[in-house]
Ligand binder design. Structure first.
Ligand code: NAP
Length: 562
C-alpha cells in the first residue's frame, strides 16, 4: 500500500489565500500542504495561516542561503517556527546545521514525544552533485529529527536511480528528492522507496522547486496513489522527453487492466555513454523493479548496440532496422522469488560512507545482477505495416508489388523501408538530403528488389500507391508545413497518404490529401499500435487499445484546442 503522502507546497501570502489554495490541493488529492512562510516577518502572522489550512501542514521559512526567499536572521526565523509550534502545525521544517534548527529542536524535544508538532530537518544542494553526492559533507542530520528531507540537484538520471537506493542510510522517516528535470521521477517513484512524502505543485504554473509536477498530473497521469513497494517501473528513455504522451498512455492502460505498474519519463542525455550509464543503473538498482523501457530519439541505435554488447536477445526486425525501441529487463525473480541471490544493496553495511571523497561505499558495491536478461524489440515497424494493412483491409502479403514512396530517410523511414521491403513492396525513398536517401536505399536493396532513392522534390507529379511521410514537416508547433508544399504528387482516390506525424491529430498533409480525394492514415494509428505492442511485451496482457486511443485523442485534442 502507498503510505507516501502527497504534499503540495504553497507560497503563503495571507490566510484567505491559504484557505483557498489548500482546499484546492485537498480536492485535487493532496494529503498535506507545506506553507512556505518565507515572506512573513512577524510571529503574529503565523497562527492565522496555520489555522486557515484545509489539510495538516508543514511550516517552512526557507532562508535565501538555502534557496528560499526569507532574508530574516536565524533567530527571527526560529521565532516564526516556534509560533507555528504554538499554533499546533503538524510539522515544522528547518535547515539542518543552522542555529535555528538547534533552537527549534530543543523546544520540541522539551515537549516530549506525544507533542502535536514534529520536526523535519532538511538539507538542499543546488549545485549539481558529483559521484560523491554530498561533496564530502556528512548527510546525516545534526539534530534529532522525526523526518529527514534531503534534496539534491542531479546532473543525470543515473544519479537519481542510485540516490533512491541510498534510502537506508537514514534510519528515520525520509523525504529523498532529486531536483531538476532528470529528477522528476524521484518525485513520482517516492512510494517505491517507502518515502514519508513527496512534493507536488498546486498547478503547472506554481512549482516551488525545479522538477515539481502538478498534483493532478501526479494522480491522474502517474497514478501516484496506486504506486507501492511492489509496483513494476517502466519508462520512456529519450531526450528531450518532457512532453512525451507515452506516460499518460501506458499508465491509463495499467489502470484499465489492473496491472501494478507505473510508467515515467526517463530523460537520458544524448550520447552513447549517457545511455550506457543509465542502463547500468536501471539494471543495478533492483529495488526499483525497472522492468521495461520504451526507447526514443536519440537512443534507439545506442539501445541496439548496448543490448548486443551485454549479450541481450534482440529480435530479427530490430536487427534489420538497426534500432531498438523496446527493452525488457527480465529477472528470474519474476517467476521464482526464491531463486535469486540477495541484491548487493540488501547486504550493504550500516555505515556506507567512506572517509575518502568518492562514491558512497554502497554505490561502489552495486553490481548488475548477472541473472538479469535483456530483450530488445522494434515495435515501430509492425505498427507501420499494421496501420497500412488495417486501413486497406489486406493481409501483409498483399503489400507485394505496391509502389510506395517513403518521404524522409531517418529512423522512422528506416523502420518503414525495412518492413515494406520484407513484404515485397516496391519502395522509393525521397529525402531532402538525397545522399541519405541513397544510403538508406542501399541498405535494403537486394538483387530481386531494388530500393530507389530520389530527392524530395522528385515527388512532384509522381504517382505511388502509398505515400508515407516520415519527415517532421507539419509537426507541432510548425503545423502549417507539409511535404506537399515542397512537391505535389499525382493523387487519385486509390492513393493512400500516411502521415506518421501524430501531433496534431489532423496534419496539413492529411488535409491536402483528403482535399485531393486520396485516402488517409493518421500518425496516431502508428503511435497507438507501437505503444500497444510495447504494453503487451511489458505486461503479457492484451492492450486496452480503446482506452489508449481515448487518452491520446483527448491529450492531442486539448493541445489542438479542439
Ligand atoms: P529523424 O531520424 O531525425 O529523420 C528525420 C527525417 O526528416 C530526415 O530524413 C530529414 O532529412 C527529414 N527532415 C527533417 N526536417 C525536414 C524538413 N524541414 N524538410 C524536409 N525534410 C526534413 O527522425 P525520425 O525518428 O525518423 O522521426 C521523424 C518523424 O516521424 C517524427 O518527427 C515523428 O513525427 C514521426 N514519427 C512518428 C511515430 C509514430 O508513432 N506515429 C514514431 C516515430 C516517428 P535530412 O536527412 O535531409 O536531414
Amino acid at each position: 500500500m502507498n503510505t507516501t503522502q502527497l504534499c503540495v507546497s504553497l507560497t503563503v501570502i495571507d490566510a484567505a489565500q491559504v484557505a483557498r489554495d489548500s482546499a484546492q490541493a485537498r480536492d485535487a488529492g493532496a494529503d498535506i500542504v507545506e506553507l512556505r512562510i518565507d515572506a512573513l516577518t512577524r510571529e503574529s502572522q503565523v497562527a492565522p495561516v496555520v489555522a486557515a489550512a484545509a489539510l495538516p501542514c508543514i511550516v517552512t521559512c526557507r532562508p535565501t542561503w538555502e534557496g528560499g526567499k526569507s532574508g530574516l536572521c536565524d533567530d527571527a526565523r526560529a521565532d516564526l517556527l516556534l509560533a507555528a509550534i504554538q499554533a499546533r502545525a503538524a510539522y515544522v521544517d528547518i535547515e539542518d546545521k543552522s542555529a535555528a534548527a538547534w533552537r527549534v529542536a530543543k523546544r520540541l524535544h522539551k515537549m516530549g514525544d506525544d507533542r502535536p508538532t514534529k520536526l523535519i530537518s532538511s538539507m538542499h544542494r543546488f549545485e549539481p552533485c558529483g559521484d560523491d553526492f554530498f561533496a564530502g559533507d556528512d548527510p546525516r542530520s545534526s539534530v534529532e529529527a522525526d523526518v529527514l528531507k534531503v534534496a539534491l540537484m542531479v546532473p543525470d538520471i543515473h544519479y537519481v536511480l542510485y540516490l533512491m537506493c541510498l534510502k537506508d542510510l537514514w534510519k528515520c522517516q525520509l523525504v529523498l528528492l532529486s531536483m531538476g528535470e532528470a529528477g522528476r521521477i524521484s518525485r513520482i517513484l517516492a512510494p517505491k522507496t517507502g518515502a514519508f512524502l513527496t512534493f507536488a505543485a498546486l498547478d503547472a504554473r506554481s512549482a516551488t522547486a525545479p522538477g515539481q509536477i502538478a498534483v493532478a498530473e501526479m494522480i491522474q497521469d502517474y497514478r501516484f496513489k496506486k504506486i507501492g513497494l511492489n509496483t513494476k517501473v517502466f519508462g520512456v528513455v529519450g531526450h528531450p522527453i518532457g512532453h512525451s504522451l507515452s506516460p499518460a498512455l501506458h499508465n491509463a492502460a495499467f489502470d484499465a487492466t489492473g496491472y501494478d505498474g507505473v510508467y515515467v519519463p526517463m530523460d537520458v542525455q544524448p550520447g552513447d555513454s549517457a545511455f550506457v550509464e543509465f542502463l547500468k543503473a536501471a539494471m543495478g538498482v533492483r529495488m526499483l523493479d525497472i522492468t521495461g523501457l520504451s526507447v526514443t530519439i536519440p537512443h534507439k541505435e545506442n539501445a541496439l548496440r548496448e543490448l548486443l554488447a551485454k549479450g541481450g536477445e534482440v529480435d530479427a526486425m530490430a536487427r534489420r532496422i538497426g534500432a531498438v525501441n523496446t527493452i525488457l529487463i527480465e529477472s528470474p525473480l519474476d517467476e521464482d522469488p526464491g531463486s535469486v541471490p540477495d541484491s548487493p544493496e540488501a547486504d550493504a553495511p550500516d555505515d556506507v560512507f567512506d572517509d575518502n571523497v568518492g562514491l558512497p561505499l554502497r554505490l561502489r558495491e552495486i553490481k548488475v545482477d548477472p541473472t538479469l536478461k535483456l530483450h530488445g524489440y522494434n515495435t515501430d515497424c509492425p505498427a507501420i505495416l499494421d496501420a497500412i494493412t488495417h486501413a486497406l483491409s489486406i493481409p501483409r502479403d498483399q503489400l507485394r508489388g505496391r509502389k510506395v514512396a517513403v518521404l524522409g530517410a531517418g529512423g522512422a523511414a528506416r523502420a518503414a523501408v525495412a518492413g515494406l521491403t520484407l513484404h515485397g513492396a516496391v519502395v522509393t525513398v525521397l529525402n531532402r538530403t538525397p545522399e541519405r536517401a541513397r544510403a538508406l536505399a542501399t541498405d535494403f536493396t537486394t538483387p530481386e528488389l531494388p530500393v530507389r532513392a530520389a530527392a524530395l522534390t522528385d515527388l512532384a507529379g509522381a504517382s505511388f500507391d502509398i505515400i508515407i511521410n516520415t519527415t517532421p514537416l507539419g509537426m507541432h508547433p510548425d503545423i502549417d508545413a507539409s511535404p506537399f508544399d515542397i512537391a505535389m504528387p499525382a493523387l487519385t482516390p486509390d492513393t493512400v497518404v500516411f502521415d506518421t506525424v501524430y501531433n496534431p491529430l489532423r496534419t496539413k498533409l492529411l488535409a491536402q490529401a483528403q482535399a485531393a480525394g486520396a485516402r488517409t492514415i493518421a500518425g496516431i494509428e502508428m503511435f497507438l499500435r507501437q505503444a500497444a505492442a510495447q504494453f503487451e511485451l511489458f505486461t503479457k496482457l492484451p492492450a486496452p487499445i480503446d482506452v489508449m486511443r481515448q487518452v491520446i485523442e483527448k491529450k492531442l485534442a486539448v493541445k489542438d484546442g479542439l
